[in-house]
Ligand binder design. Structure first.
Ligand SMILES: Nc1ncnc2c1ncn2[C@@H]1O[C@H](COP(=O)(O)OP(=O)(O)OP(=O)(O)O)[C@@H](O)[C@H]1O
Ligand SMILES: [Mg+2]
Length: 337
């Protein structure tokens, strides 16, 4: 960063280190003791459903909220005792748009540059550079209220980059975007990381965490319930997921009873579907089909696939990551493992 970007020294071997972060809002315990470590130059995803505590964690790490307990360092500076040092080194695109809808895209970026005390001669070129990078040149001089949702989101992320921060926080950067815009934003995020930026993002999308992040922390009800590379998380599940459609719930319930007696099978039911995971899929499938057929419970559909992060989430929490709110009250106490 030789062109007048804010280039203050960082003093840490990791971009973000958090230990035991706790936060309560009246009756709601939003964070129950969260540990995180984000290496420099990587993409780290906080993956979790609505209300998991993702935004609360981001707010604490970006010095907007103070924690009730625990500690966190960003770029080596303490978020509570050295907030200004942290702020110099981060960009944040929050969950709600921070740009002014009555200004144009260009005006917004220039305003942020001036507020960030970027040297005057750099303000206009930085805005142009970011408008180009995010494909907003053609809309640059239109008020933001005329932008599509995807364009606004891109401008938001662009705004977080005006200071060229070494660490970028993105709270649900692609929520509400169509697949094409999501892919474009993923590409841009990867380019930033290739150029040395460290990114902490939150997402409810398993695919996003899988495709984009080097490491993922699965967050549920204020706790990190699993952490690792996407491949590590998925390999906990076994190598194969077998899904059987039994046609109706009654047959599915009977199938689960029957299959529970098989040695290696731990069947789970979701309406008329039965799901099994295994490290030895083909052999288990053969066994399962024989057992079901003998009882007149031959499945109407069979699928065999690799585990997804949603399977991991379901196994860990007893509910799906997406749309988890409805499932929250039916959570089993503790899944057998
Ligand atoms: N300012 C606040 N006052 C009261 N409760 C809050 C406040 N902020 C968050 N909460 C509560 O804390 C919990 C965690 O909220 P948080 O916004 O961190 O979740 P999230 O994972 O970001 O969810 P989403 O995916 O919906 O954005 C929720 O139960 C939420 O209602
Ligand atoms: Mg949130």
């Amino acid at each position: 960063m030789t062109d007048g970007a804010v280039s203050r020294a960082v003093r840490a071997d990791a971009a973000v280190v958090a230990e035991g972060l706790r936060k309560r809002f009246k009756d709601t315990v939003a964070l129950k003791g969260v540990d995180l470590r984000v290496e420099w130059g990587t993409i780290f995803a906080l993956l979790g459903p609505n209300g998991a505590g993702k935004t609360t964690a981001i707010r604490i790490l970006t010095t907007i909220l103070s924690p009730d307990g625990g500690r966190a360092q960003v770029a080596g500076f303490d978020v509570v005792s050295e907030p200004a040092e942290v702020r110099y080194r981060i960009g944040l695109a929050g969950q709600a748009a921070a740009v002014d809808a009555n200004l144009t895209g260009r005006e917004n970026l220039r305003l942020i540059g001036r507020l960030a005390q970027l040297p005057g001669r750099l303000v206009a070129p930085r805005a142009v550079e970011l408008l180009e990078r995010f494909g907003l040149q053609d809309a640059a001089d239109r008020p933001v209220r005329t932008y599509s949702g995807g364009m606004r989101r891109r401008l938001d992320v662009a705004a977080a980059l005006v200071q060229r921060p070494p660490i970028l926080f993105l709270d649900e950067p692609t929520t509400g975007l169509d697949p094409q815009s999501r892919n474009d934003l993923w590409t841009t995020i990867r380019e930033l990381v290739a150029q040395g930026t460290s990114v902490v993002l939150t997402t409810q999308y398993l695919e996003e965490a899988d495709r984009l992040a080097g490491r993922v922390a699965v967050v549920d009800r204020g706790l990190v319930i699993a952490e690792g590379t996407p491949a590590e998380l998925k390999s906990r599940m076994g190598s194969t997921v077998i899904e059987l459609g039994l046609g109706d719930e009654e047959r599915a319930i009977r199938s689960v009873e029957l299959l529970s007696r098989l040695d290696r099978a731990q069947p789970e039911r979701d309406a008329s579907m039965v799901r099994l995971t295994s490290h030895d899929g083909p052999r288990l499938l053969a066994e399962v089909l024989r057992a079901l057929d003998a009882e007149g419970l031959a499945p109407v559909t069979i699928s065999v696939r690799e585990p997804s992060l949603d399977d991991v989430f379901l196994a860990l929490t007893g509910h799906h990551a997406e749309g988890a709110i409805e499932a929250a009250d039916t959570r089993p106490t503790q899944a057998a493992s």
